[in-house]
Design a protein around this ligand. Sequence first.
Ligand code: AMP
Length: 598
Amino acid sequence: MAVDSQLSSPLGPPACDKDSKALLFIEEMTRKADAVQERVLGEILLRNAKTEYLRRFQLNGATDRDTFKSKIPVVSYEDLLPDIQRIANGDRSSIFSAHPISEFLTSSATSAGESKLMPTIHEELDRRQLLYSLLMPVMNLYVSGLDKGKGLYFLFVKAETKTPGGLLARPVLTSYYKSEHFKTRPYDPYNVYTSPNEAILCADSFQSMYTQMLCGLLMREEVLRVGAVFASGLLRAIRFLQLHWQQLAHDISAGALNPKITDPALRDCMSKIIVKPNPELSKFITQECSGENWEGIITRIWPNTKYLDVIVTGAMAQYIPTLEYYGGGLPLSCTMYASSECYFGLNLKPMSNPSEVSYTIMPNMCYCEFLPHEPDAPAVSRDSPPPLVDLADVEVGKQYELIITTYAGLCRYRVGDILQVTDFYNSAPQFRFIRRKNVLLSIDSDKTDEAELQKAGDNASALLQEFNTSVVEYTSYADAKSIPGHYVIYWELLVKEPANPPTHEVLNLCCLAMEESLNSVYRQIRVADNSIGPLEIRVVKNGTFEELMDYAISRGASINQYKVPRCVNSSPIVEFLDSRVTSKHFSPAPPQWNSERR
Ligand code: AMP
């Protein structure tokens, strides 16, 4: 389609009129980053001027940055918890936001082991949709012809609960997929999915995955991109294909749907998709999937795929080698950076190598401040306001912790992400995601910190007391090579009565005890989603951790400051630990999880 040249964008020639509007929007926002940030803060403070939270800090209706920064403290989730609990228990007064709280978005766990409850307002859906609407116009600058086929995206909803006060609590993507914004989205040739809404919205994860995979297989030649939100989701889909290709091939050859798909809306919709037997396709699937070699399976089954659309930055980087193996070297594209609290920005070069990905924060999404992050600096004192830097003032090369103020009413809230400035696009900085603070282990959207791991280890090792045995040292490893990935804990034991060592069964139960102590997000993913495998304890020989210290010192660590790493991820260290393993133990059963909040 011809595009008005006046609407052409410095990012590149847009693919269609709609794209040119989106690209110009990015242009405008990034050129005026500081002015947009000032406007956003002003709007947030004006609308929320009468909220209890802003009044508590005597903002007195001020909407300027200086007053805001001088009066409002920087906070973490735990600081807000008492107010959040009031909302969860039914207090409908304007605590954080002048707009009614529409629901809670659940995300990574807190120190209390429960998932966080982030209050949100209905209007945030518009902002999320706006960010989504910018992704394809940017992608179209790099990959042509995406309107000539479909995207095979494995998207899922998860269980939702209600708080005692009656508000829904669910993950942000579940909220988005269930919204009218998603369900009744207008037709867009660049955004056609193989998965029907009924499959995405089916709460039963087997039925949802089965039908999404079946649609992907039936439409295999139309598929131009394959993706999931995070890398772990796409690998889960491949694992599913490994386990269920026979049933899928059977359905395709019979032209009939597996009776295990019982959801009436889903059956009805699938009856329009799987209309007649296709023995040839069934034979093809059988031929590709029955072999031992799954290398490049994605390109073999979906030969027109141009790229894999999955986030592999941050904790998901551990999956890159596996995705490269199954993807036969297809480019991996990381398109956006977002959280339950707010969606932040997008990658303006979506085909760049994962190690070079930078996200441009869109200044219209929320008001952002940056706490300079120097890994060795002392903790920030609460009495002296930290020297926060505005979005437009961050410096290339420096690392910062992201602090946000949102339309939903979070004020100067620490997201917990450490970002490094790589460059600027116009006057908007671009950030490489460095890591999440305090997260040791992550397989899917679970995030386990050091304190939790320590507590889980303490609870589990209590089972060893009757064997007069204790854990002298431990470390951990997120094993992403198996699908699903799982937590591995290395234990060095002190067995005081060698004639009565802990039994294999007890060590298995220690695995389960650790899982029972981990947070509810972990247990949900493990139990309801099956996206984390059973936790494993690997017992290592006596003296292993001393050898590990010698190794670290030989590589330059200071002997005085050496601390046992509570998580290891470099392959030589993992190989070293594995070479000292004397026994391996797995959780014999899934941990307790129920959808009720305690
Ligand atoms: P949640 O609050 O559970 O929705 O998770 C949001 C968090 O996921 C962010 O704060 C980041 O730590 C992480 N995350 C989201 N998008 C990305 C990305 N593109 N790259 C790396 N980490 C990300």
